[in-house]
Design a protein around this ligand. Structure first.
Ligand SMILES: Cc1cc2nc3c(=O)[nH]c(=O)nc-3n(C[C@H](O)[C@H](O)[C@H](O)COP(=O)(O)OP(=O)(O)OC[C@H]3O[C@@H](n4cnc5c(N)ncnc54)[C@H](O)[C@@H]3O)c2cc1C
Length: 376
């Protein structure tokens, strides 16, 4: 018998949807609340590394992910010169194993739709547009009140509600989330035929300019600069700013720039980081994914770490018969150091760029590839 029979998952991102699917597949009764109104509201594009794809396969959605996304095995490095000259083509590590692509770009709303459809298929009760307003736990369970006035009692609550986790706050867990010092412009749009993989342009007026195909007809493009307060800009001014910054970059960027016409497809955010020390649970409430650890996307591992948290937690809850300290110890032993190592490496890559230091990037990337190639 699993350690839990009833679970509330808060948040329908990668961590929440992943945990919900695995638990429901094992016969646990799972409710999931997502504060956003629908999957269409869940972001722009994401790069999934092989170890994320391995976990998506374990969730039973690999075929749909493969059909919707855009796989590639090599990352291009281009110069910020008038031709966007390719200076290197770096084979990406196949961290999910030889039978999966090294990486895949996807539209986030599409990925969210696939995962939450899967959750519903395996019996998770998914509710959009609501959240919890009170969590009261005793030795045997957690009483939850929801924003719509409904209530429930659960053996466990999984807080998978992202970097500004409401659940973390409700638990009174203090965690300082700090800016890494970089901000990113992101836009999604049509994929020119010349874009068949991620290319990164280092240098020029920004730290990085890049793009990632997310499907046959789509891509997302991004430019990383010093973190600035861009909040006063109107949507039109945001679009103009991203377009202006992109003018230093050529090759496929010349075509992408022409498609940057819709202000609603442009977004600006800062890179942030935190790692919660052990424990990630307070009694019968546990934090996973970005709620517990977050990193700048310099290695594009945040999504993979969120999925891995979900899978490991669900595996322990299903394989063990008691929700006791042994279970939590096993969870932290498998997750904390691995997540911290990825966060530290992601921050190091950002810091080298901020300091204009030529760090040993290949060695760092090799060590992360070795780590993430091992199943979580
Ligand atoms: C600019 C940027 C680019 C990134 N690029 C990549 C990338 O290319 N590849 C990669 O692997 N990672 C990337 N990441 C990191 C990645 O997005 C996260 O690590 C990952 O999404 C974490 O998943 P999660 O499920 O923990 O959190 P989230 O994806 O944030 O999901 C949390 C969910 O909880 C919901 N929610 C929030 N509050 C509540 C509430 N009170 N009640 C109910 N629901 C709630 C949210 O709406 C959301 O759906 C990037 C991050 C940033 C900031």
């Amino acid at each position: 018998m699993p350690a839990v029979n009833t679970v509330l998952v808060v948040g329908g991102g990668l961590a929440g949807a992943g945990a919900a699917v695995h638990l429901a597949q094992a016969g646990v009764a799972v409710d999931l609340v997502e504060i956003k109104p629908d999957t269409a509201a869940l972001g722009s594009g994401i790069t999934l590394q092989g170890n994320a794809l391995r976990e998506l396969r374990s969730l039973g959605v690999w075929e749909q992910v493969q059909a919707a996304g855009y796989a590639f095995d090599v990352t291009g490095i281009r110069a910020p010169d008038p031709h966007g000259t390719v200076v290197a083509e770096v084979p990406d590590a196949k961290t999910g194993g030889p039978d999966l692509p090294a990486a895949m770009g996807m539209l986030r709303p599409e990925l969210a739709r696939i995962l939450l459809d899967r959750a519903t298929e395996v019996g998770v009760k998914v509710r959009f547009g609501t959240t919890h307003t009170a969590l009261v736990q005793d030795a045997d369970g957690v009483d939850v009140t929801f924003a719509d006035g409904s209530t429930g009692r659960y053996d466990l609550v999984v807080g998978a509600d992202g970097v500004r986790s409401w659940t973390r706050r409700a638990l009174g867990v203090n965690l300082e989330t700090r800016s890494v010092g970089m901000g990113i412009w992101r836009a999604f749009g049509p994929r020119p035929a010349s874009v068949t993989r991620t290319d990164l342009y280092y240098g020029g007026p920004s730290y990085i300019a890049g793009y990632c195909p997310t499907g046959e007809d789509s891509l997302y493009a991004y430019i990383v600069e010093d973190a600035q307060d861009r909040s006063a800009l109107t949507p039109d001014e945001q679009l103009a700013t991203m377009k202006e910054l992109s003018r230093a970059y050529h090759g496929p960027w010349d075509e992408i720039r022409e498609t940057l016409t819709d202000p609603s497809r442009v977004n600006y955010t800062w890179f942030e980081t935190h790692v919660l020390d052990e424990p990630w649970n307070r009694g019968r409430v546990v934090l996973i994914g970005d709620a517990a650890h977050t990193c700048p996307p310099t290695i594009a591992q945040g999504g993979a770490m969120a999925l891995e948290d979900a899978v490991v937690l669900a595996e322990l809850l299903v394989d063990r018969s008691a929700l006791d300290q042994d279970l939590w110890d096993a969870f932290h032993a498998r997750r904390l150091e691995r997540a911290r190592t990825v966060v530290d490496a992601s921050n190091q890559l950002a810091q080298w760029q901020l300091d204009h230091v030529r760090g040993d990037i290949p060695a760092l990337m090799r060590s992360i590839a070795q780590l993430t190639s091992q199943p979580a």
